[in-house]
Design a protein around this ligand. Structure first.
Ligand SMILES: NC(=O)C1=CN([C@@H]2O[C@H](COP(=O)(O)OP(=O)(O)OC[C@H]3O[C@@H](n4cnc5c(N)ncnc54)[C@H](O)[C@@H]3O)[C@@H](O)[C@H]2O)C=CC1
Ligand SMILES: O=C(O)[C@@H]1CCC=N1
Length: 268
């Protein structure tokens, strides 16, 4: 069970996947090829990891069994029409935000199966979470391949396709919200008199520690929040500001906006 993999796109996410795959195995560099938009990314990934790169689509598809689609959603329409024939009989795993299985089927009509997935950037260190959904029910071997590829990034969960836009809004884009929160916590510390490096360290370790604690002691986030909050204490004073400013509502709207954008991307 080690099909040859061919990456369309060699950017941040493809790089994370390739590095993860080479680390967790069973893939070796010679089992993987990539291509890109002649922007230097394919060459750089090849140089860094030892995988092959080519701009010749015939060479690219020659013995590719799984094609990993990892360009931007808007770049899908730039791919040559010849791909529809060249990809025939292969399997496609797409990480494109918003791009539905229905749309992918039109670009790759002759493929044996297509799997849409939404990973996230913590996958770069094997701490990601991906949801995936196939066009046709997968046989056991294909399911194993998909899980092996996604496991190189962290956890993988199977889900109905109609949930994938919401997944994108929560965990696909989610790391950016968390980075924004850490930056805001840092800035709050600076405004309260700390130097930036100290404020950043405190903010980062607090988010890291809080997430690790939640996982280790699986009570609800609300229970953990209550355990931090002493009656008449500092935390409640801070939380009141969050509540008055509608923090939860803002995050809900944030997820809704990203989810909506994911749905829109399918048409672009
Ligand atoms: N960055 C993130 O946090 C996440 C991104 N995604 C999805 O991953 C995909 C890739 O995102 P990034 O790696 O951040 O993008 P990126 O901009 O780093 O990489 C895009 C790659 O596609 C290549 N490319 C562009 N046009 C091409 C063409 N016509 N033919 C062949 N290759 C072409 C580029 O050369 C580059 O190697 C996107 O579809 C995005 O929706 C999914 C989950 C998380
Ligand atoms: O911003 C985006 O469209 C991609 C999908 C999820 C994370 N980054």
């Amino acid at each position: 069970m080690k099909p040859r993999l061919a990456f369309i796109g060699a950017g941040r996410m493809a790089g994370a996947m390739v590095r993860g795959l080479l680390k967790t195995g069973p893939w070796n560099a010679e089992d993987i090829v990539c291509t890109g938009a002649r922007d230097g990314t394919a060459e750089a990934l090849s140089e860094d990891t030892g995988i092959r790169f080519t701009y010749d689509w015939k060479v690219f598809f020659k013995d590719a069994q799984w094609v990993i689609l990892a360009c931007k959603p808007q770049q899908l329409k730039e791919l040559p029409e010849s791909l529809s024939e060249l990809s025939s009989g292969r399997r496609v795993l797409s990480i494109l935000a918003g791009t539905t299985l229905g749309r992918l089927k039109k670009v790759f009509p002759g493929t044996a199966n297509i799997v849409r997935t939404m990973p996230n950037t913590p996958g770069m260190i094997g701490a990601g979470i991906s949801a995936y959904s196939p066009l046709h029910p997968m046989n056991e071997e294909d399911e194993q391949v998909v899980r092996a590829i996604l496991s190189a990034l962290g956890e993988a969960v199977s889900m109905d396709e109609h949930f994938l836009d919401a997944v994108t809004g929560v965990s696909g884009s989610g790391p950016a919200y968390v980075f924004e929160f850490i930056a805001a916590l840092r800035d709050g510390g600076v405004a309260a008199g700390l130097d930036e490096a100290t404020a950043y360290k405190l903010a980062l370790k607090t988010v890291q520690g809080a997430a690790a604690l939640l996982e280790a002691v699986p009570e609800t986030p609300e229970t953990h929040r209550n355990w931090v909050s002493s009656p008449g204490g500092t935390t409640l004073a801070g939380l009141k500001v969050m509540e008055d400013a509608g923090f939860r509502g803002i995050i809900k709207e944030t997820v809704a906006a990203a989810t909506k954008r994911s749905k829109e991307l399918s048409g672009e």
